[in-house]
Design a protein around this ligand. Structure first.
Ligand SMILES: [Zn+2]
Length: 211
């Protein structure tokens, strides 16, 4: 039986890039709970209507709802999945095992990256104000500096949540909640650590070799 993957990594650790490559080259299906929530609402299913109600009231979608959403939308026999951005804490990791994976093999892939590197990566991120395309002053400049490749716009800006103090705080909170999750998978022998400071192609080779 092939193993499903659970991607864990701080914002900016590059896990999104790897997920896209695994979907394109290896036929994985990418599971983002945010996307699932939006799709379910659009379907206007009973579950979608329930989700919409909660969100319209400005409340957080409960773990129970997310689990039901996963149960309704995935077939662990038919496809190989990448869970991205979920679980976010220990309780969710345990519930995912108990209510969704139910013994199906699933390896957690942790994109490990030095905080200083990550802060550097994120503070150099620029977003096109017109179309949302993302660039990086160090690793991914547009072809013409200051001009968006996609739409030709010239408003490449730093988002408010990409400022250094905001990023540092976000990373601290992330690390504190994710450490118990890593320990949980480690103790079960299901943790694969990836050095996320390497080039994307190197990381992809490494993950692929262990599939
Ligand atoms: Zn643009």
């Amino acid at each position: 039986m092939k193993s499903h993957l659970i991607f864990i990594g701080a914002p900016g650790s590059g896990k999104g890039t790897q997920a896209s490559k695994l979907v394109a080259d290896k036929g994985f299906k990418h599971i983002s709970t945010g996307d699932l929530l939006r799709a379910e609402i659009a379907k206007k299913s009973a579950l979608g209507i329930e989700v919409k109600q909660v969100m319209d009231e400005g409340k957080l979608v409960s773990d129970d709802l997310v689990i039901r959403l996963l149960q309704a939308n995935i077939d662990l026999n038919a496809s190989q999945y990448i869970f991205d951005g979920y679980p976010r804490n220990l309780a969710q990791a345990q519930t995912l095992d108990k209510e969704v994976l139910k013994g199906y093999p699933a390896t957690s892939v942790y994109f490990e990256i030095n905080t200083t590197k990550l802060v550097e990566r994120l503070t150099n991120r620029r977003t096109c104000k017109d179309c949302g395309a993302i660039y990086n002053l160090i690793s991914k400049n547009p072809k013409v500096i200051g001009t968006c490749d996609q739409c030709g716009g010239t408003n490449l800006v730093q988002r408010a949540d990409d400022h250094e103090d905001v990023i540092k705080n976000r990373l601290k909170v992330f690390q504190e909640t994710i450490d118990p999750v890593l320990k949980y998978y480690q103790d079960l022998g299901r943790l694969m650590k990836i050095n996320a400071e390497q080039a994307p192609d190197e990381i992809f080779k490494m993950i692929s070799s262990k599939l």
